[in-house]
Design a protein around this ligand. Structure first.
Ligand SMILES: Cc1cc2nc3c(=O)[nH]c(=O)nc-3n(C[C@H](O)[C@H](O)[C@H](O)COP(=O)(O)OP(=O)(O)OC[C@H]3O[C@@H](n4cnc5c(N)ncnc54)[C@H](O)[C@@H]3O)c2cc1C
Length: 591
């Protein structure tokens, strides 16, 4: 039996089914997270924990040192706020040092780093300054990424060398006034001409690097969506308005307008009709550097908190000595270890050539950005009134980072995406549930799920992390149990709600949060296993301690989610919120 709550009859294996099962086992698994929803934990995808080759590791360290040497001398985050731009000299300097073409192949003047190498460098920028990391991230993670992933040889040769060298900057143009999270329903329209060119009309808003050089724009076309490479100076293409924002003040955030812009055939990315898939694949890939970037940012926050609370004395002793201060620091360290493991396990999946990492990258983005926001809030609290002064670094961090859980996929939308994609895997497994066609678009969430669905090889292996180090057998056993419960909980929800499960977002959130925490435990166990094997258990005491405490807390949260799936006050919350909608506010009065 694989499931937990609803036992289903299992057929006795015959010689035929046994051989089919063996064949299934031999096939590569297309997605770890989707397999997890199916109740399996394919060890081969997550062990050994990915590591950079010695050569790439050296390159990454050289790039990081070179960035620090340059930026420590030249970059002033406060000046950037006053100038409202990171500075052309900074961009040129980063370009000369190879920091703007990190994953671009050497053939086009880049550094040819793997996804892990790229994200490792972006982690460092995340700790340096959020604005700089966002400008670099927009340029590399989503701006030129579609050209790198989907461009033909001619497009790569025309655009990548200038972009990798920082002579030009790239942007990603998806969001519109009426299409934010619901990006499938963009209204910009591109009409194909007889010669294969497109004429584009419409507008975009909130596009980072929007006033710079090259923008991949996504528009509706006759047979779906099309991705078009726009270049500054094209007739009818303007970036007329620069937005003022709460934070990230040096990010060139623009409105873009297209008035009969003729985009030549050579600038059409991929096939017309493929545009939405290109946009979603770019975001799936790009989200990972946001995950590692905020890990870098949170490491710096932790240092700031330790320094401040050690130096500030109240009630006759340093703040750091109080238990509730200690608690926040311990929480940050343990969570950082888990989320760092999750982030790099995910980049490793990409480097290993795993087909489908859409759920893992969404989980990395949601978990890391949410943790980061809580961490910012807690460190802000620890710094008291000092934090609230306009010139305090933590005040700037607070302004800069609040957008992270919103952009590159709002976290609640990504949670729904993770849960629905997982539910689809389970639904397809049962004859009677298959008719719940979760691939039907429920506006864009369902549509996204449809575009990125991957093959999951079903295995009859039990959910077990067989490769985990014996010292971690307790944690590995707990993960196995949670995985079975996850599958059972999803099956139960599908049976209870049928197609309406698509509307049950409270339950989806619990499923998604449980899945994130299970995946984070897997990552932590894999990383710590590698450490034990490399350095021995005795020498890794500190990490073992942190890893097990992260896993134990995560397991506790997962159990809480499953409990809430079973028993909750969703109906009351539904009624209370509807009452509030009717009142247009609070409602009850004091008599
Ligand atoms: C600083 C900044 C930089 C940006 N850079 C870029 C860029 O470079 N390129 C680009 O294309 N875009 C960019 N954006 C746009 C960004 O991606 C969007 O803001 C984001 O996609 C969310 O869209 P929205 O703001 O319109 O929110 P909405 O879609 O209106 O959603 C608002 C909130 O409603 C909730 N919500 C929405 N849908 C659902 C749902 N189905 N279920 C439950 N809850 C839901 C979520 O809590 C969400 O946060 C940027 C935005 C900012 C502010």
């Amino acid at each position: 039996m694989i499931g937990g709550m609803t036992e289903r009859p299992t057929a006795q294996p015959t010689a035929e089914t046994a051989s089919a099962d063996a064949k299934q086992r031999d096939k590569p698994v297309s997605s770890f997270a989707k397999s997890m929803f199916a109740g399996a934990l394919p060890d081969e995808l997550v062990f050994p924990f990915p590591a950079l080759s010695r050569d790439e590791s050296r390159t990454v360290h050289e790039l990081i040192s070179s960035a620090h040497e340059f930026l420590d001398a030249e970059y002033d985050p406060w000046q950037v706020e006053r100038d409202r731009w990171v500075g052309d000299d900074i961009i040129a300097g980063l370009g000369e040092r190879g920091l703007l073409g990190l994953y671009v192949s050497e053939e086009y003047g880049g550094k040819g780093l793997s996804q892990t190498g790229y994200c490792r460098v972006m982690e460092e920028f995340g700790g340096y300054d959020a604005t700089l990391s966002v400008v670099m991230g927009v340029h590399q993670s989503i701006g030129m990424k579609p050209i790198h992933m989907f461009g033909d040889d001619d497009q790569k040769a025309r655009f990548l060398p200038d972009l990798a060298a920082g002579r030009k900057l790239a942007a990603f143009g998806l969001t519109e006034p009426n299409a934010g999270s619901d990006a499938y329903h963009v209204e910009s329209y591109a009409e194909q001409q007889a010669d294969g060119s497109f004429v584009l009309n419409g507008e975009k808003r909130w596009i980072g690097n929007g006033g710079k050089d090259v923008v991949t724009v996504f528009a509706k076309c006759e047979n779906g969506h099309v991705a078009l490479i726009l270049e500054k100076g094209m007739d009818g293409f303007e970036a007329p308005h620069r937005f003022d924002t709460l934070g990230l003040l040096g990010n060139d955030l623009r409105k873009l307008t297209f008035n009969n812009v003729r985009v030549p055939k050579e600038n059409v990315l991929g096939e017309p009709g493929e545009g939405f898939r290109i946009a979603m694949s770019t975001l799936n890939n790009g989200r990972m550097s946001l995950g590692t970037g905020v890990v870098g940012g949170t490491k710096v926050l932790l240092k700031q908190a330790i320094e401040y609370t050690n130096n500030r004395e109240q009630f006759g002793m340093p703040l750091a000595e109080f238990e509730l201060v200690e608690d926040k620091i311990g929480w940050m360290v343990s969570y950082l270890y888990g989320l760092e493991s999750l982030a790099y396990l995910t980049t490793g999946l990409v480097d290993a050539g795993v087909d489908d990492y859409s759920l893992e990258s969404a989980m990395s983005k949601v978990s890391a950005t949410e943790f980061n926001w809580y961490a910012v809030n807690r460190v802000f609290q620890l710094m008291g009134g000092t934090a609230y002064m306009a010139d305090s670094p933590i005040a700037k961090t607070l302004r800069d980072t609040r957008i992270f859980p919103i952009f590159e996929g709002a976290n609640d939308v990504l949670r729904a995406f993770v849960a629905l994609s997982g539910m689809k895997v389970v639904a397809e497994e049962f004859e009677d549930l298959r008719k719940i066609n979760l691939a039907d678009p429920i506006r864009s969430i369902g549509t996204i799920a449809e575009f990125v669905r991957g093959r999951v090889t079903r295995t009859l292996r039990p959910a077990q992390l067989e490769t985990a180090h014996p010292e971690l057998s307790e944690q590995a056993g707990a993960v196995a149990g949670q995985t079975k419960q996850l599958r059972a909980a999803v099956e139960r929800l599908l049976r209870e709600h049928g197609k309406d499960v698509q509307l049950k977002q409270r339950q989806q959130k619990r499923i998604a949060d449980a899945a994130c925490d299970i995946y984070a435990q897997v990552a932590t166990i894999s990383r710590t296993t590698a450490l034990f094997e490399d350095q021995g258990v005795a020498a890794s005491g500190q990490e073992a301690f942190i890893a097990t405490s992260f896993c134990d807390r995560a397991a506790h949260r997962v159990t809480g989610q499953f409990r809430l799936i079973e028993s909750n006050d969703d109906e009351q919350m539904h009624s209370i919120s509807r009452l509030a909608y009717r009142h247009g506010g609070y409602g009850p009065k004091l008599h």
